[in-house]
Structure formats: structure tokens, C-alpha cells
Design a binder for this molecule. Structure first.
Ligand code: COA
Length: 152
């Protein structure tokens, strides 16, 4: 049983946003070689309405994600990232649960995400169901997934 205490929070200021982006950069741009101009997009702009999350371990950013409106009543989960050193500890699941709590507070009834296919099982364990065909995004195979929050 891992005893690490992580602090998962929504981003409230520029420093926290920079910390969230530092994790996304390490995971998506450096590790997965996603082009920077695809990784950072309009949904990261201030006032875009996106809710960003950052995770701290002893004041160091180690996780990140974002949640935005996709359609009325539908939220979209994106950029779920845990630094390599913290994977397999349950942190990814904790981030997802924190986002689902926020999504319910926001009034979303459904959550959608596009999973990298290697992570499909991770999301299935959290109750997400795959639909449609596998597609390519930024050179990485993805599959669309959905979860009805009213059935939680
Ligand atoms: N394949 C299969 N199962 C996986 C998995 C994977 N890639 N990643 C996690 N799981 C399982 C775990 O074994 C665990 O199962 P259990 O409850 O039976 O023990 C459960 O999912 C929760 O795992 P957890 O430890 O919370 O996951 P994590 O902290 O390692 O985070 C990711 C998972 C996907 C967020 C992390 O691997 C990551 O950041 N990867 C790189 C970025 C990425 O690909 N993000 C997804 C974009 S769609």
C-alpha cells in the first residue's frame, strides 16, 4: 500500500498553471513526442473556461489534467498526466475521481474523453466505455470513451 500524500487541486493562479503545464510538457511533449503546438491549444488560454488540475507532492508538481465543456451537460477530460516516477501508485485514479467530483459540481451529466489506446484499461476500470473506431491524433492511437455520471 502506497502512503504517498498527493495534493490534487484545481489551478487558481499563474504559478499553478505553469506547474500543470510543466507536467504536461514532461509527459506529452518530451516523453510522448507530441508537437508542442498540438499539446498546448486554445483550451489552455486564460478565460477559455477550462478547469485545470495540478497535483503536488512535497510542493513539486507531479500530475495534471484538464476538464472543459464539450456540449451542454457534457464535459471532456483531457491531458491526464502523471510523471513517470509516480505511476502505478493510484494517482491517476485519484486525479480522475477529483475531476469527476468537479464535473458533478459543474452539472455535467456525462463525461467524454479520447483515450490513448494503451490507457484504455485504466479508464475502463473507472467505468468509462469505449465506442467508435480507433483513430490517430498526434501520431498516437486513440479511442473515444464515455461515462454517465448519473449512474455513478
Ligand atoms: N494499462 C492497463 N492498466 C492500467 C494502466 C495501463 N496503461 N495504467 C493504469 N492502469 C491500471 C492500474 O493497474 C490500476 O489498476 P488496479 O486498480 O487494478 O490496481 C488502475 O489502472 C489505476 O492506476 P493508477 O496507478 O491510478 O494509474 P497511474 O497513476 O499510473 O496513471 C496514467 C495512469 C495513464 C494517467 C499514466 O500512466 C500516465 O500519465 N501516462 C502517460 C500519459 C498518458 O498516456 N495519459 C493518458 C492520455 S489519454
Amino acid at each position: 500500500m502506497n502512503q504517498t500524500t498527493y495534493q490534487i487541486q484545481s489551478v487558481n493562479n499563474e504559478k499553478e498553471m505553469a506547474d500543470a503545464l510543466s507536467v504536461r510538457k514532461a509527459v506529452f511533449i518530451v516523453e510522448q513526442e507530441v508537437p508542442a503546438d498540438l499539446e498546448i491549444d486554445a483550451h489552455d488560454e486564460a478565460n477559455s473556461g477550462t478547469i485545470h488540475f495540478v497535483v503536488y507532492k512535497e510542493e513539486q508538481p507531479v500530475g495534471a489534467s484538464r476538464l472543459r465543456t464539450y456540449a451542454p451537460g457534457v464535459g471532456k477530460i483531457e491531458r491526464v498526466a502523471v510523471l513517470q516516477s509516480e505511476r502505478g501508485t493510484g494517482l491517476g485514479r485519484q486525479i480522475m475521481m477529483a475531476m469527476e467530483e468537479t464535473a458533478q459540481d459543474q452539472g455535467y451529466e456525462t463525461l467524454k474523453l479520447n483515450a490513448q489506446t494503451h490507457a484504455q484499461r485504466f479508464y475502463e476500470k473507472l467505468g468509462y466505455e469505449a465506442y467508435g473506431d480507433i483513430f490517430d491524433d498526434a501520431g498516437i492511437e486513440h479511442i473515444a470513451m464515455v461515462k454517465n455520471l448519473r449512474e455513478k
